[in-house]
Write a protein that binds this ligand. Structure first.
Ligand code: PRX
Length: 631
């Protein structure tokens, strides 16, 4: 990504300032003062935020930092669902709308906090009936429907650890996640709907559990009529499970450091990593950022277009916004079906006020043209957000002008599955700089450093690091302590993010992309190692190397270099077979856009494939240029 570094952009500061009311009315009115308050006493800062939430019993200590292991709100007891549900049901938000859902055909479903609360408790009792309890792992593989949120909350209610798998993943990816977590239960639906087509989730689950000895039962939400048959002895109907259960289910008393969920993210080497988050700190971090970054007000209608299967959905569809008492819109919808005006139509019809999406979507909207948003009245919009990859200046300006009508602040939020919460942004009301996410959110100390950890001068490319522990940070890579420690030991004493960044003279940070072997394709994180091993698992492939290739729309495309086994000949048919093979193994998001058959691959003496050499060749530049910055 170093090649995309644009020095001119760093020097020529150009700002956009939202109307002054934003700052005047913001939940965080003075960014600089709040940041100073945090620096003066970080623990007191976090404690005062945590006190806005409900705890069954208080902490002895805010932070215990035993590098690189952190404990936050030590010995405190809570349950995140108590804060997302009970806390609202027992005050003025009881009948406030918590979730509005729309399907592709315009079907609608609305849950007030009270309704969500009752459903979560009944489903939680259903889970107990199946023998699920505190500490058990439950895999959730569902479409974007309210029942997915209910399933997640029900797990958290009883202390079971959910592992949500994005509905776009294939059988092998699902099987890996089920086995790595040792899930006892899988919760799924018969189908998911996308662009008018049904995706047979239940069938994929049936294939994925063939070699998954820990799975005892599969709960199936049957949406289609006539209802699909269930496999006797293993599959249980979602609604039947709740028949006859008690309506009440008290929230399990969880230690602040008990696990809440595991979510897999691509690694730069080897298998995907099970990122583990815990109850207390994650709750505080996502609640706080939802409140101050999105500047949530009581009458907002908030829409995050991510899938719940990604961390963005965990933190900013479900836990953060509900802990903050927001009204959340979710949809089993896509931007360009039935036509390219779909999202704008939903914003107009529902009166969405906060809209959070990804740069890849914004670039797609740009390509589809202004005539689509211009057909609709978007005046309800108050705040726009972006996440997942760098928001390039052209996309920023388009988003600001065409969607925000030169009025709405854009919060470009930088964070990761591992960080659990947003870490860098430009707070609502502050002046915004296109191309730059912004500064550390109060509570977070980002630094741009060289390999030895020394801060680099402004305008110089370096590694993005986080200096201090923060409450929502991941506590472990599931069953792999070495991989966890690596994040903190690559550069001693700090959290190494894996991204390249540059700080402007004004302190604003521009993120340039990954420094390691992860490719972000249309906002999805894909590990080169995963795609390579999927290719090599095909009988005709001897070796494979995968790189990201810059793409105007998707940010990056996957390009694979493949060495065939002796006796195998390159052909179009084989090329398509390989693409199909990756699709079936990892899912459609990981399919290479290009496959090139080659005779050899550049390697180090130890046999490690030098992807950066391939990448440089692809770009027509000297590989030496970027070598100093890549691992
Ligand atoms: O490279 C950064 C990019 O996404 C990576 C994290 O991916 P993931 O764990 O899947 O989480 C995505 C959603 C939080 C980061 O290391 N990234 C995320 N947000 C931004 C970004 N790059 C630039 N600007 C952002 N706002």
């Amino acid at each position: 990504m170093a090649d995309q570094f644009d020095v001119k952009l760093v020097e020529e500061a150009k700002y956009y300032t939202p109307p002054p009311e934003y700052r005047k009315n913001a939940n965080m009115k003075d960014y600089e003062a709040t940041y100073q308050e945090f620096l003066k006493d970080p623990e007191a800062f976090w404690a005062s935020i945590a006190k806005e939430l409900h705890w069954f019993s208080p902490w002895d200590k805010v932070l215990e930092w035993n590098y690189p292991y952190a404990k936050w709100f030590v010995n405190a007891k809570t349950n995140i669902t108590y804060n997302c549900l009970d806390r609202h049901v027992f005050n003025h938000r009881r009948h406030k709308v918590a979730v509005i859902w729309r399907g592709e055909k315009g079907e609608e479903c609305i849950y007030t906090y009270q309704m969500l609360y009752r459903n979560v408790m009944r489903f939680a009792n259903g889970l107990k009936k199946l023998g699920i309890g505190k500490g058990d792992r439950v895999c959730i593989y569902m479409p974007m429907i309210p029942e997915q949120l209910i399933a997640m909350l029900a797990c958290a209610r009883i202390g079971a650890v959910h592992s949500v798998v994005f509905g776009g993943f294939g059988v092998t990816a699902l099987n890996y996640r089920i086995n790595d977590t040792g899930s006892k239960l899988v919760i799924t639906a018969d189908v998911g709907i996308r662009r008018g087509k049904s995706i047979p989730l239940k069938t994929l689950v049936e294939d994925a559990i063939i070699n998954a000895p820990t799975v005892e039962k599969v709960v199936v939400l049957r949406r289609d009529e006539p209802k699909v048959e269930l496999l006797a002895g293993i599959e249980v109907d979602y609604h039947e499970l709740m028949e006859g259960v008690d309506a009440e289910c008290k929230a399990e008393v969880m230690d602040s450091e008990d696990p809440l969920f595991i979510l897999y993210t691509s690694g730069s080497t080897g298998a995907p990593k099970g990122v583990l988050h815990t109850c207390g700190g994650y709750m505080v971090g996502t609640y706080y950022t939802s409140k101050v970054v999105f500047d949530l007000k009581e009458d907002d209608l908030y829409w995050c277009t991510a899938d719940v299967g990604w961390v963005t959905g965990h933190s900013y569809i479900l836990y953060g916004p509900l802990a903050a008492g927001a009204t959340v819109f979710i949809g089993e919808v896509v931007p360009d079906y039935p036509d390219a005006g779909n999202f704008w139509k939903l914003i107009e019809e529902l009166g969405i006020t906060i809209f959070y999406t990804a740069p890849t979507a914004i670039r797609m909207f740009m390509k589809m043209g202004e005539q689509w948003p211009d057909k609709y009245n978007l005046s309800s919009l108050r705040i726009l957000g972006s996440v997942g990859e760098p928001l390039n200046p052209e996309a920023f300006e388009w988003y600001y002008k065409v969607i925000g009508k030169n009025r709405c602040p854009i919060v470009d939020t930088w964070w990761q599955t591992e960080t659990g919460m947003q870490m860098i942004t430009t707070m609502v009301g502050e002046k915004m700089r296109p191309g730059f996410a912004g500064k550390g959110i109060p509570g977070v100390i980002p630094e741009v450093v060289d390999k030895s950890g020394k801060e680099v001068k402004s305008g110089t490319l370096g590694f993005l690091t986080i200096k201090n522990p923060w409450p929502a940070m991941f506590r472990a890579i599931y069953k792999n302590d070495e991989r966890y420690r690596k994040y903190w030991q690559t550069i001693p004493d700090v959290y190494t993010v894996g991204d390249l960044a540059v700080r402007g003279h004004d302190g604003y940070i521009m993120i340039l992309g990954r420094a390691d072997d992860i490719i972000i394709v249309a906002g999805h994180n894909i590990g080169t190692a995963e795609v390579e091993s999927a290719l090599v698992s095909h009988h005709s492939v001897a070796e494979a190397a995968v790189i990201g290739k810059a793409d105007q729309m998707k940010g990056n495309l996957i390009k694979a270099f493949v060495i065939l086994k002796l006796g195998q000949k390159p052909s179009d048919k084989l090329l398509h077979d390989l693409m199909y093979h990756v699709r079936m193994t990892l899912g459609p998001i990981a399919v290479p856009a290009e496959i090139e058959f080659v005779d050899k691959l550049p390697k180090t003496r130890s046999g490690k494939i030098m992807r950066r050499v391939l990448k440089a060749k692809e770009l027509g530049i000297d590989p030496g240029d970027i070598s100093t910055l890549e691992e």
